[in-house]
Design a protein around this ligand. Structure first.
Ligand SMILES: C[S@@+](CC[C@H](N)C(=O)[O-])C[C@H]1O[C@@H](n2cnc3c(N)ncnc32)[C@H](O)[C@@H]1O
Length: 235
């Protein structure tokens, strides 16, 4: 059934739908009747998306990745606009996000991905010429010096998606912000998590650092796991 007829008929729920599908349909109905509810509805939809664990059931070319597809689209826009020569990712997991970035670089015709994880899960699955995997803790001196060697004088952006404790993220932000070129981005993933974590790390970092700003235009789809986490280097 097309979207127009679904709207006209008042969004029908399929028999046997799960609770969150029913809740979603009802939210969408409400947001159509009261546009001012849109933003609040998006927040609720985000929560439903999170607790449905769909983000654990997402793949890029059959390699699992743990990202909201709306955020992947935003990465695509950032990468096309800013053309970093290197993208550094902490937290490879199974390698789907690194492969996604590498495929974007394939389309652009330039760019390397450096992906870091304490577990060696991704390297056996990834054999893409643009990807370098580093096994070790993202905050260790050894890993940082390997990254420094690869980046050299190249322009770079960073995606921080490893351990999400506040202290770890702050250390990563201090270490990896050095690699980000002016005009490019330091993306702190999963600021949506509750408790002391990435969101608090961002707050503390920005309190001290005036060379980065929160680019909230990157949250235009509203469904993001990284609210306040798209940091642009301005000086
Ligand atoms: C959320 S997953 C990464 C998801 C991946 N970026 C994606 O989008 O598919 C987090 C990963 O961080 C790794 N990790 C945890 N602590 C780490 C550390 N200190 N250094 C590097 N990686 C770490 C875990 O092993 C796990 O694979």
């Amino acid at each position: 059934m097309g979207i127009r007829s679904r709207v006209n008929r008042g969004l029908m729920i399929a028999p046997g739908a799960r609770w969150w599908e029913v809740a979603l349909e009802s939210l969408i109905k409400q947001s159509m009747r009261f546009p001012s509810l849109n933003i609040r509805c998006f927040r609720v939809i985000q929560k439903l998306y999170w607790y449905s664990y769909t983000w654990m059931d997402t793949c890029w070319f059959s390699v699992p990745l743990a990202k909201n597809p709306m955020d992947l689209w935003i990465y695509q826009e950032i990468i096309w606009e800013t053309r970093p020569q290197v993208l550094i990712e902490t937290g490879s997991y199974k390698g789907g996000s690194a492969l996604y970035f590498a495929h974007l670089f394939d389309l652009i015709g330039e760019g390397r991905v450096v992906t870091i994880d304490i577990q060696d899960i991704a390297s056996s699955k990834l054999s893409h010429p643009r990807i370098t995997t580093i096994v070790g803790s993202s905050i260790s001196d050894n890993v940082a010096s390997q990254v420094r060697q690869i980046v050299g004088n190249k322009t770079a952006m960073v995606s921080l998606d490893s351990e999400h404790s506040k202290q770890h993220v702050i250390k990563e932000m201090e270490l990896y912000s050095k690699f980000v070129s002016v005009g490019n981005y330091l993306v702190v993933e999963d600021t949506c998590l509750r408790g002391p974590g990435p969101a608090n790390a961002v707050e503390e970092f920005l309190h001290r650092r005036k060379d980065f700003i929160q680019d909230t235009r990157r949250e235009k789809y509203m469904m993001t796991s990284n609210s306040g986490g798209f940091l642009k280097k301005i000086s």
